[in-house]
Ligand binder design. Sequence first.
Ligand SMILES: [Zn+2]
Length: 563
Amino acid sequence: MRYNIVMGYQVLYRTYRPAKFSEVVGQKYIVKTLLNAIKKNRIAHAYLFAGPRGTGKTSVAKLFAKAINCENFKEESCDTCKNCLAYLEGSHPDIIELDAASNNGIDDIREIIEQVPYAPLLGKYKVYIIDEVHMLTTQAFNALLKTLEEPPAHVIFIFATTDPQKVIPTVLSRCQRYNFSKISTFEIKKKTMEILEKEGIAYEEKAVEELARMAEGGMRDALSLLEQCLAYNPDEVTLEDVEHIFGLTSVKEEVSLFTDIHSNHVSDVIGRLRNMYTQGMDTKRLAVDLLEIVKDALIYSDQGKDTLLNRLTAAEAQEILNLTTTDDLLKDARDLEETVSKEKQNQNFLVYLELCLIKMAGRNKAAAEKVQPIKESVTEPVKETEEKKTTEPEPEQEPVIEEPVEEVEPIIEYNTDFLLSILLDANRDLKINDQIIYNKLDLYRYESDKRKFYQLLIGTELFASNKDAIIICGNKTQADTINTRSTNEELYDFLNEEFGIDKMVYGIDEDRKKQLISLYKKTPEEKRNRPVYIEKYTRKKTENQTQEDRLRDLFGDRVKVEE
Ligand SMILES: [Zn+2]
C-alpha cells in the first residue's frame, strides 16, 4: 500500500483507525474494563467517554458497539457473523452515530428518541454513539434525559466529549464514565513509525519524534501532521523537513540560544530571536522547547543519567549545566512556564517571549555581580531570627523574609556540639528502624509530588538516629539542601506522613561526619546516652507552592519512563 496524496486530508487516520481492541493506542485500562464487561455480560445503558481530542474515544465506542453485537465475541469481534459484516460495510442498522457538533438541536435528538422503543433490526443492541455530546442544546439534553431515565433493555448510549464539564449533571450521573488520557509521546511515535513502515515510506526517527511531541497526546493530530509532511515530500520524512514545515527550531539552535542567554548577550539573543521569528519560527513551540531543555538539564543534574532525557543529549545537558546553576534553571523554568501560559490570551506572544529571555539573561547578569545581593540575603534572615528570639511571645507568626532580588534561602548551620550530642544519644536499633526510608525510596521516584525527596536522599546514608532526630550524611549540596529551612520542613512532613518517622532531620557532609566520629571516640563512656532536647516542627505544610513543586506539577507525568 502506498500513501496517496490525492486521497487528501485525514486519510491516514481513517485508514489506521483501530479495527481491533488490541490496536487501540494507549487507554489500556479502559479497553480491559470494557472487555471484562462484555465477557461478563454486564453492559451499562449509558457510557460517557471523556478526554482530549484524538485519544480514541470514538474509535473505542465503535469497537464496543461492534463487539456487543457480535455473535461470536471472544477477546475480539469475529468479523464473520452477519453483525460484524454489516458493521464492516458501514451499514449496521443498529449502530447509530450522531455528531452533536453539527446536529445539536431538539429535532435531531427527537428523531433518535422516537426510534428508541423499537427492537434492534439485526443485532442484540441498538447503540447510539453521540459525539461531542456537550454541544447539545439544553432542550435536546432534557429530551435525552427522559430516555436515559428509563431506557429499554436493548438500548445503549455512548456519549463522547472533550468537555465533560459542559454535560449536565443529571446526564452525567446516569452514565458510566471513562476518562481517556492523552497518549504518551512514546506510544504515538511507535504507532506512527508502524504506519510509515506499512506504507513503505522512509523516515528519520528524530523526525517522527518531533511530530509525536507536537501532537501533544492526540493520535489524530500526529497523523494529520504526518500528512502535511507527506504532502511536502511523499517519499521521506526527515527532521529537516519537519522543522522547516512547522517552523521548529532545531535542538542545536535552541541549545545555542540558551548558551547566549546564559552568556548574557541580551542584544544577540533578541536579534537571533527576531531573526528566527521572521523565518517563520513557531514562538510558542520555542518557549515549550526551551522549557523542555531546562527540564532535561535539571534531570541530568540530579544523577547524570541520560536515559530520562527527552530532548538533550548528555553532552548538551552538561554544556548547559556548566553555564548555570540548578537554582537558576528552576527560575528559568518558572519564567518560561509563565510565559507559555500567556500564549493563549496574547496575540503578540513574541513580546512576552522576548521579555522572558531578557529576564533570564538579566538574572545571569545579577549573578555575575553577585557580591552585593547575596550578602544581603544571607545576613537578613539571621537578623530576623535574632529578633524573633527577643520577641518570643508571638509563636504563630512566621518570620516574613522579604524576597531579595536574588532569592537565596538561608541554610541552617548546626553547631558540632549539638550534632555530637545527638550522636552520643543515638543507638543502633533506632537506626535500623529508620533505614526503612532507604528501602522504600525508589517508590517515590516516579511520584511527581514526592520525587524531590527521592532526589534529595538518593546516595545519602543514614548516619545516626536517636529518639527525636536523624542525621543524614551526603555530599555538601545534599547536606545544605537538607538544612535549608523550607526543604527541611517538607522533609520532616514527608518522613512523618510516609514512614511514620517523627524526627528532625539534620544533614551533614563527609567532613562533618569524620569530625563527629573523631569527637565521639574522644568522649568518655559516661557522657554517652544522655537525652537531648530537640524541638520539632509543629506547623503544617506550607500552602505556598515552592518552585520545585511547580516544576513537578509541570513535568510530573512527562518524566515517567515510558513503556
Ligand atoms: Zn461477529
